[in-house]
Write a protein that binds this ligand. Structure first.
Ligand SMILES: Nc1ncnc2c1ncn2[C@@H]1O[C@H](COP(=O)(O)OP(=O)(O)O)[C@@H](O)[C@H]1O
Ligand SMILES: [Mg+2]
Length: 322
């Protein structure tokens, strides 16, 4: 801790006099995760000696921020209204600086299809997909079959694996699709990539990018679903990932391109799977506000890089745009 205090002396000095709000909870399906992330970040900020308030986010958030004279917001929200540019827009309007990506990058990052199209345009491998039409389940069914099974069904704009389902058999798809489309009208089907699942943590801005050691995820369940993500012991983390040197270099090269293309800022995370068929890293998505829970990826990767949780939190502050 004392090392961190010396290394980040200027940042600590600057933020010491500021009223900091940790925005957490919120209205998305990832509310519980956000509360866990928010509590951890709040505790770290308190330990560092800052003036911090926790704020749950609802339609009254602007009033609360004004009433408490908040100078800077640490956004620990995941999903809708928190990670998608909405709260970022509110903060812009109020003139309150905030952690992480701006409105546009947040909005793009929340939409897995737009993200994929942008990465694909830059030559980064992404899995083939079809957009599902909730008003036409039969067409969606045929489109999915033309992709070739297995596929993964996914909402366009959720996180934490909410609504993610792997489909291996035609019968299974037949049984599930109508109901799936009712529950997730804005969704797509993506070709399943079989191979090594990795996640890549990135810290920085457009001038300065640090990539944390690449981490391999070995969930004990079929894939990295909600339970595997947030239950201790349900996923083994392997750092560094057991991938070849060439694969690692490719992943780093693509990650830098992706970070630049999406105009990212702060602490973000990309998820990818290295296909056992062609050895290429297929990028799944960007997380513009990655989880900071006890079982989350970023704290584990940071630790492997010799960074404490407090240091990650200081990095969030370091990259706030004033
Ligand atoms: N195309 C795919 N092939 C194989 N597994 C996938 C694929 N897409 C997603 N998954 C599995 O589902 C998990 C969640 O998917 P992801 O696209 O990262 O969405 P999110 O984490 O935002 O819910 C991944 O970590 C992975 O385990
Ligand atoms: Mg993911």
């Amino acid at each position: 801790m004392s090392d961190v205090r010396t290394k980040y002396k200027d940042i600590i000095e600057f933020y010491k006099t500021k009223n900091i709000a940790v925005l957490m909870g919120g209205l998305s399906s990832e509310r519980e995760v956000s509360i866990r992330s928010g509590e951890n970040v709040y505790n770290a900020l308190v330990n560092l000696g800052f003036k911090v308030t926790k704020m749950d986010v609802d339609a009254n958030i602007a009033r609360k921020l004004i009433k408490d004279n908040i100078d800077v917001a640490v956004i620990m929200l995941h999903g809708k209204y928190g990670e998608d540019g909405v709260i970022q827009g509110v903060l812009e309007l109020l003139g309150i600086p905030y952690t992480g990506c701006d409105v546009l990058t947040s909005a793009i990052g929340m939409n897995k299809i737009i993200t994929k199209e942008l990465l694909k345009a830059k030559g980064i491998p992404v899995a083939d997909y079809v957009v599902l039409d909730p008003s036409n389940p039969d067409k969606s069914f045929n489109d999915i079959l033309s992709l070739g099974l297995p596929v993964v069904l996914k909402p366009v704009d959720e996180g934490s694996s909410v609504g993610v389902e792997i489909i291996k058999e035609e019968d299974q798809l037949k049984g599930k699709l109508r109901n799936y489309l009712r529950r997730h009208p804005n969704s797509f089907a993506e070709k399943a990539i079989i191979g090594t699942e990795i996640t890549i943590g990135v810290i920085g801005d457009q001038k300065n990018i640090t990539i944390l050691p690449i981490m391999e995820l070995r969930p004990k369940k079929e894939f990295y679903d909600y339970e595997a993500k947030y239950t201790k012991g349900m996923t083994d983390f392997v750092i560094p990932a057991e991938i070849s040197k060439e694969q690692e270099e490719k992943v780093i090269e693509y990650t830098k391109i992706a970070f630049k293309t999406l105009n990212c800022r702060g602490v973000v995370r990309f998820d990818a799977i290295i296909s056992k068929d062609d050895g290429l890293p297929y990028f799944l998505e960007v997380n513009t506000i990655p989880g900071m829970t006890e079982t989350s990826d970023i704290p584990a990767m940071a630790k492997a890089a010799g960074m404490s949780f407090e240091e990650v939190v200081l990095k969030l502050l370091e990259y706030v745009k004033w």
